[in-house]
Structure formats: structure tokens, C-alpha cells
Design a protein around this ligand. Structure first.
Ligand code: AMP
Length: 113
């Protein structure tokens, strides 16, 4: 399968890694949309969040709690930050391996574009 995030997770291609364990990898986005822009991905290839079900409860919880821990470690928690899941084309998804965006370090706009 030709998936760039599978390649990042397996270290077949390099990334600016900030965290990893046996379930997930977190790395800096290479086209950052905020001063801090980190992607949290599972090792497991899951194309979109539409494919998630209750079997993935622990994984999704782990991804979110890792994002909140990274936000705390990077001193983003008090000022605030944004977590984003894009789903399919109209949702703005470009890479079809699920990823949680952690964005911080600037004031976010609402509604998002
Ligand atoms: P999305 O639009 O939600 O699918 O987000 C995909 C994100 O992956 C974008 O923010 C891209 O900048 C980012 N991205 C794509 N390829 C890489 C890469 N090789 N290393 C780091 N970030 C990447």
C-alpha cells in the first residue's frame, strides 16, 4: 500500500518525530498552519474516521490524550489550542490514513475555513 503516513510510522521515510509508542506516532506537520502543528497517527492503517468503531475506543482515546499531553508539555494548554480531524474530501482530508491535528501558538478563527 502506498501510504505516506504508513511510511512515516514505519520510519521508511523521515519525519520530525515528537512522540511514539507501540500504537501511535506524533510528528510535526511539514506545512504548518500554526506555530505548533503536530499530527498524531496510529501505526495501524485506517483510511478515514468513518472506518472507526468501538473496537478502536482505546486507540482514539490514546490519540486524544497524547495530543492533550503534548499541548501541556509545549505550554499550549492555558492559552488554548485546537484538535482537528478532517474526513474525506469536503472535510479537507488529503492524506487517507487517519490523523489528529494539534494546532496552537496563535489565535484560531471560527468558523474554520
Ligand atoms: P489533512 O488535510 O487533514 O489530510 O492533513 C494532512 C496533513 O499532512 C497536511 O497538514 C500536510 O501538510 C501533512 N503532511 C503531508 N505529508 C507530510 C509529511 N511527509 N510530513 C509531515 N506532514 C505531512
Amino acid at each position: 500500500m502506498d501510504c505516506i503516513f504508513c511510511k512515516i510510522a514505519s520510519k521508511a521515510i523521515p519525519s520530525n518525530l515528537v512522540y511514539e509508542d507501540d500504537q501511535i506516532v506524533a510528528f510535526r506537520d511539514n506545512d504548518p498552519q500554526a506555530p505548533t502543528h503536530i499530527l498524531i497517527i496510529p501505526h495501524q492503517h485506517i483510511a478515514t474516521i468513518n472506518e472507526l468503531d468501538t473496537a478502536n475506543n482505546a486507540l482514539i482515546s490514546h490519540m486524544i490524550l497524547t495530543a492533550t499531553k503534548l499541548a501541556k508539555d509545549l505550554s499550549l494548554s492555558d492559552d488554548g489550542y485546537r484538535l482537528v480531524w478532517n474526513c474525506n474530501r469536503q472535510g479537507g482530508q488529503a492524506v487517507f490514513h487517519i490523523h489528529l491535528h494539534l494546532l496552537g501558538g496563535r489565535r484560531m478563527q471560527w468558523p474554520p475555513g
